[in-house]
Write a protein that binds this ligand. Structure first.
Ligand SMILES: NC(=O)C1=CN([C@@H]2O[C@H](COP(=O)(O)OP(=O)(O)OC[C@H]3O[C@@H](n4cnc5c(N)ncnc54)[C@H](O)[C@@H]3O)[C@@H](O)[C@H]2O)C=CC1
Ligand SMILES: O=C1[C@@H](O)[C@H](O)[C@@H](O)[C@H](O)[C@H]1O
Length: 335
């Protein structure tokens, strides 16, 4: 069976997912698209030669009988409404991060999904599907560096657009670490603090960049994450775990070492699309396969909620400079 997917939001990642659904993955096809900017939707249909209808609103796409599953890749603040509509229609939905822009919004989705009685939601947290993070988790699970004590992480983008603001460093960027580090350590956070180094001259006035987020987990692991979204030199994701008997680091993406012009070098990627290309493929194939098998296993609405609870605390910590408590309720059996 080929899963008929409707895509809401045909911008950067929407088009990238349409490309992989149409050209790389198996078992799915794009049958409908919608974007608040109709020219953007038409452009996606043309570029990927889709046999897809173009809807003039998201609700119509979700209700379209030809659409069996929904992909939400629109702007973050629109996610909650579309995901709730998909659940109300009983259709599986893959939603890009963030699941909703606040923990309260994510909780509405959790409640709706539980009331429906079966998992319908997968969140686009792709890093748990990345081979490097998976290898890192295996090292931890095999006890090869002993119990984890500290994590030193960095999330660096070369530059960001004019619309990117200080809280977005948390809700748009750090949200990936909030998810993947929780998955890696298999525990929730209990506190957050944000400190601001000297501001980069490359950051626009509305953005404090870089930032350092300090997290503490339930067992006492201390985590520092540098978020630096105007670092200029590349797209660079770092994660180093200091354990009781050793240190484990996220592998660098593979690249040909070059001896040339009196130097020895390896390239650094500049684009998130390339850095996690394999992980995006695997996460979306897992969604297709999960829908076909009647059982979703990827990052859940609860994972989206957990990341949002921590993100809310980090945004508050940005404002007051204090250590903010993170209070995470126990995971319901449903998840
Ligand atoms: N998992 C990942 O690594 C990534 C996830 N994302 C997430 O994907 C989402 C989209 O990001 P981008 O593609 O980079 O943004 P974008 O700005 O390139 O595209 C967003 C598209 O959604 C459309 N849109 C906005 N509001 C809408 C609404 N209410 N209804 C229908 N269409 C609407 C816009 O017209 C635009 O075409 C964001 O939530 C972002 O955080 C983005 C990049 C990477
Ligand atoms: O999700 C993403 C973007 O939305 C976000 O703006 C970037 O900072 C992240 O690196 C990228 O993975």
């Amino acid at each position: 069976m080929t899963l008929a997917i409707g895509v809401i939001g045909t911008g950067a990642i929407g088009q990238d997912h349409i490309r992989r659904l149409s050209q790389t993955l198996s078992g799915a096809k794009v049958v409908a698209v919608h974007d608040i900017n109709p020219l953007q939707a038409e452009a996606a249909v043309k570029q990927y030669q889709l046999a897809a209808s173009v809807h003039d609103n998201g609700q119509a796409l979700i209700r379209d009988p030809a659409v069996e599953a929904v992909l939400v890749t629109s702007w973050g603040p629109s996610h909650e409404e579309f995901v709730l509509d998909a659940i109300a229609a009983g259709k599986p939905v893959f939603c890009e991060k963030p699941l909703a822009v606040s923990a309260a919004g994510c909780m509405h989705i959790v409640q709706a999904e539980r009331a429906h009685g079966k998992r319908l939601v997968q969140v686009g947290f792709m890093r748990p599907y990345d081979a490097g993070y998976r290898a890192l988790k295996q090292v931890l699970q095999e006890g090869r560096i002993g119990a984890p004590l500290m994590l030193h992480c960095a999330h660096r983008n070369p530059s960001v657009g004019e619309g990117y603001t200080t809280p977005m460093a948390i809700t748009d960027t750090l949200i990936h670490e909030l998810d993947v580090l929780r998955w890696l350590l298999d525990e929730d956070y209990v506190s957050a603090q944000v400190v601001f180094p000297r501001k980069s001259s490359h950051a626009l006035p509305q953005l404090a960049d870089p930032q350092i987020v300090l997290l503490e987990t339930r067992s006492g692991v201390r985590i520092d994450v540098e978020i630096f979204v105007n670092c200029q030199y590349g797209y660079d994701i770092q994660c180093q775990i200091v354990g009781e008997t050793g240190i484990a680091s996220l592998p660098e993406p593979s690249s040909v070492p070059l001896r040339s012009a009196a130097s020895y070098s390896t390239a650094i990627l500049t684009d998130w699309k390339q850095r996690f290309i394999a992980a995006y493929d695997v996460e979306l194939q897992a969604f297709i396969d999960g829908v076909q098998a009647g059982s979703l296993t990827g990052p859940s609405a609860w994972d989206g909620y957990a990341a949002a609870v921590a993100a809310d605390a980090c945004v508050l910590a940005q404002q007051n400079g204090a250590v903010v408590e993170i209070s995470m309720p126990p995971r319901p059996d449903f998840y």
